[in-house]
Design a protein around this ligand. Structure first.
Ligand SMILES: *Cc1c(COP(=O)(O)O)cnc(C)c1O
Length: 368
């Protein structure tokens, strides 16, 4: 059980009866996985909701990201430009694909890749850019697109935080060559565990299916694929949750606006502003303490003493992970902004069911 009175997040779940009604067909058909009716139905619903031409579902977001690298079959040791201010998965996917992560620093305002630095990191070995729409703050997709065209690079977006976000009326999943969404229990939309790749080029579909299902096509095995399929129970959870997603995002938006109203304009507190022409999903409530009267760690402790959970997310930066301590080009990468943000950022509780009273209580404690 969670020992906080106010947890950082609560997974969205439908009413118990809704889920039971949804999984009844699974009982009747005994079809538990392998592209069953729930899987097909969820794929159709998500294609429509996300407004993307192609989507392939996966067992989780991380395997989807690894599948994106496998799709392009880059030569081993090729370089991928990415950011260190993200979840472990982003860099691990590069490393586990036998590629080399090259770290680009982040923008001070929205913590996404600093597009002014990308070109200086490109070498003859660079094959792709893996930017992250961190907290749902979208990357500068136009400039990234220009750079990718100029140097003939693939762009794979880590859009794990960006479910449902639109930019200039277009789905964020429609930018770059491929975008990965995560439907993990902690994300704004979940299928318990799950993920997807979205892409414009419909030639990718067959290979992605081969990657996630052992390369089996009917009675033949055409590719040495792995297994990364989403099962019917997960798809059923997604079918239930998609009905409530707009309501969930609306409630979160109100809470984020309340947080902003209470905490903006305070000396030493920095909050991400709304980005222009972006429809947000309000998936996280990050706040940076920059010469505030208390440090990030002090605020974290004050909240914990009051049984309120907050998270140093993302801390540490990937470059400081134990698993990379013997890799000099990772450990010593030049990323001062990412380090500063990582050391001073805190994410605050945010989920649809969080009450206005509790948001006010959290703000009171921070401001006291
Ligand atoms: C959650 C997350 C992932 C991985 O997704 P899973 O579905 O948990 O495998 C990758 N990148 C980022 C930024 C994430 O937050």
């Amino acid at each position: 059980m969670n020992h906080y009175d106010i947890p950082l997040m609560r997974s969205s779940i439908p009413l118990f009866k809704e889920y039971v009604d949804e999984i009844r067909d699974i009982w009747e058909s005994h079809w538990l996985t392998n592209n069953g009716i729930k899987h097909k139905q969820l794929e159709t619903l998500l294609k429509k909701y996300l407004n993307v031409p192609n989507i392939t579902l996966f067992a989780n977001g991380h395997l989807a990201l690894e599948a994106a690298f496998e799709l392009f079959d880059f030569p081993s040791g090729s370089e991928v430009i990415t950011t260190p201010f993200t979840f472990a998965s982003t860099t691990h996917a590069i490393v586990r694909s036998n590629l080399k992560p090259v770290f680009c620093d982040i923008d001070e305002i929205n913590y996404t890749i600093d597009v002014d630095l990308i070109e200086s990191l490109i070498t003859s070995k660079t094959v792709a850019i893996l930017p992250v729409h961190v907290y749902g703050n979208i990357c500068n997709v136009e400039i990234i697109d220009e750079i990718a065209k100029k140097y003939n690079l693939k762009v794979i977006y880590d859009a794990a935080h960006a479910f449902g976000i639109e930019y200039n009326g277009k789905s964020i999943g429609g930018f770059g060559d491929v975008s990965m969404f995560s439907f993990h229990a902690t994300k704004v939309f979940n299928t318990i565990e799950g993920g997807a790749l979205c892409y414009r080029n419909n030639m990718y579909e067959q290979k992605l299916n081969n990657i996630k299902d052992f390369g089996i096509i009917r009675n033949d095995v055409v590719y040495s694929g792995g297994n990364a399929k989403m099962n019917e129970f997960e798809a059923a959870m997604g079918i239930c949750n998609i009905k409530h997603i707009d309501n969930e995002i609306t409630k979160r938006r109100e809470l984020v606006y309340l947080y902003r109203k209470r905490l903006s304009g305070i000396k030493g507190i920095r909050i991400c502003p709304d980005q222009e022409n972006v429809v947000q999903n309000y998936s996280y409530m990050p706040i940076v303490f920059d010469k505030y009267k208390y440090s990030r760690d002090e605020i974290h402790s004050i909240l914990a003493e009051n049984r309120i959970e907050s998270r140093k997310y993302f801390y540490p930066v990937i470059n400081d992970y134990k698993c990379y301590e013997d890799v000099p080009y990772i450990k010593d990468a030049d990323i001062p902004v990412a380090r500063f943000i990582s050391e001073n950022i805190l994410t605050l509780p945010l989920y649809g069911e969080l009450s206005v009273e509790n948001v006010n209580k959290i703000c009171d404690l921070i401001l006291k």
